[in-house]
Design a protein around this ligand. Structure first.
Ligand SMILES: Cc1cc2nc3c(=O)[nH]c(=O)nc-3n(C[C@H](O)[C@H](O)[C@H](O)COP(=O)(O)O)c2cc1C
Ligand code: SF4
Length: 359
């Protein structure tokens, strides 16, 4: 069942109980917020802990700079997203649903609130809105919970994980697939992508699972010029050589991340692009953990200096797993893949720029 093409209807919710988690498991649905975590596993963990007091946190923060799919979905299918949240609330016996929507995503927020206004009084009564601050880490699950609890959108140490407190944090696209599954009985077979960078028609598309990156690019009108590489999965994703990426089928195992497919044209300097993104990620650290705050800054600075390549590789490995949240891990995976794919450009960065200056 397609998410974006369908009509957004207000219809009675299907009858669902605890057994729905088995359907979820069979469907193989994995989270669409970035980590591709199996949805049924998380629901089971929350169900075991809920005493009728679970909380459903609908993650529509969409802090990834190039991602547009979550806000597009909330604008196009607000009832479908709400259905997913209400189904989760029923199955997990929740007393509260929080719509955590990016502070700057006004159209998405208005769409969700507009749809909510048509719901019954008991349904409306358990839903509240929280405006996610426009920071990269504000969308991390513990940051979202921290914001709802104390007004601070910074990640917290784990355990306890949100599920251990009977809190389900779920991305809006995942919830829309949950609703589609409950209504149609069909396993989710599509994924939302944001086509970004050097593609003719940047924007959000929905493709069947298994579609290759090349086929998805064709839907976006193809690359504007010869592509050098593709960033698959956004800033926490990985760089791939263009020809290799073109053949990649977008399956659950492919590491789709948050669904951003960023095309880097051959005319751009990959090292400068990577360094700029690393500077951004370093600045977005919540500055609570030394290895993340100091490590990412050092990595960003060292990025544009080819002499530092060996050290860069070592440091990138060292920051992984050293923070309270996965922010440094995501940045390290991004950088490690860049060093591999752009090895030549990293090695000869100064020389390449001298040639460009002369030309
Ligand atoms: C630094 C950071 C930022 C994140 N930002 C978002 C976000 O903006 N939206 C989102 O849905 N998930 C985001 N996540 C993933 C969430 O932590 C969480 O895994 C997700 O919301 C769970 O939903 P899902 O299982 O449906 O994907 C982020 C994670 C990290 C580490
Ligand atoms: S790892 Fe980084 S972003 Fe995550 S809590 Fe620590 S300092 Fe903040």
């Amino acid at each position: 069942m397609r998410l974006l093409d369908g009509r957004d209807l207000l219809a009675p919710l299907p009858t669902v109980g605890r057994r729905f988690i088995d359907d979820l498991e069979r469907s193989g649905l994995a989270g669409r917020g970035g980590a591709s975590f199996p949805t049924a596993t998380k629901w089971r963990a929350v169900a075991e802990r809920s005493r009728g007091d679970a909380v459903i946190l609908v993650n529509g923060a969409e802090g990834e700079p190039h991602s547009k799919k979550d806000r597009t979905l909330m604008i196009a299918r607000p009832h479908l997203v709400l259905d997913g949240a209400f189904i989760a609330a029923r199955v997990l016996r929740a007393r509260r649903i929080v719509l955590y929507i990016g502070e700057r995503h006004a159209a998405a927020r208005d769409s969700m609130l507009g749809a909510l206004a048509h719901r019954s009084e008991p349904e409306r009564g358990i839903v509240s809105l929280a405006a996610a601050p426009p920071r990269y880490v504000a969308g991390a699950e513990t940051a979202a919970v921290h914001f709802v609890d104390e007004g601070l959108a910074t990640p917290t140490t784990t355990p306890p994980y949100p599920f251990q407190r009977a809190i389900l944090v779920q991305n809006v696209e995942t919830l829309a697939h949950v609703a589609a599954l409950a209504r149609s009985g069909e396993a989710p077979d599509s994924v939302l992508l944001t086509m970004a960078g050097g593609v003719t028609r940047p924007g959000v598309i929905e493709v069947e699972l298994g579609t290759t990156v090349g086929e998805a690019m064709a839907r976006g009108g193809g690359p504007v010029e010869a592509p050098r590489a593709v960033l698959v999965g956004g800033y926490f994703g990985r760089w791939m050589q263009a020809d290799e990426a073109w053949r990649l089928p977008l399956t659950r195992e492919a590491g789709i991340g948050c669904g951003v497919m960023g095309v880097l044209p051959a005319s751009r300097c990959p090292v400068c692009e990577v360094a700029a993104i690393m500077r951004y990620l370093a600045a977005e650290s919540s500055a609570q953990c030394g290895p993340c705050f100091f490590g990412l800054r050092a990595l960003a600075e060292a990025c544009a200096k080819p002499a530092e390549l060996g050290r860069l590789k070592r440091w990138a490995a060292e920051v992984r797993g050293r923070g309270a949240c996965k922010h440094p891990d995501g940045a390290a995976i991004f950088l490690s893949s860049a060093i591999e794919v752009f090895a030549r450009e990293f090695e000869h960065h100064d020389a390449i720029h001298q040639v460009r200056r002369v030309a």
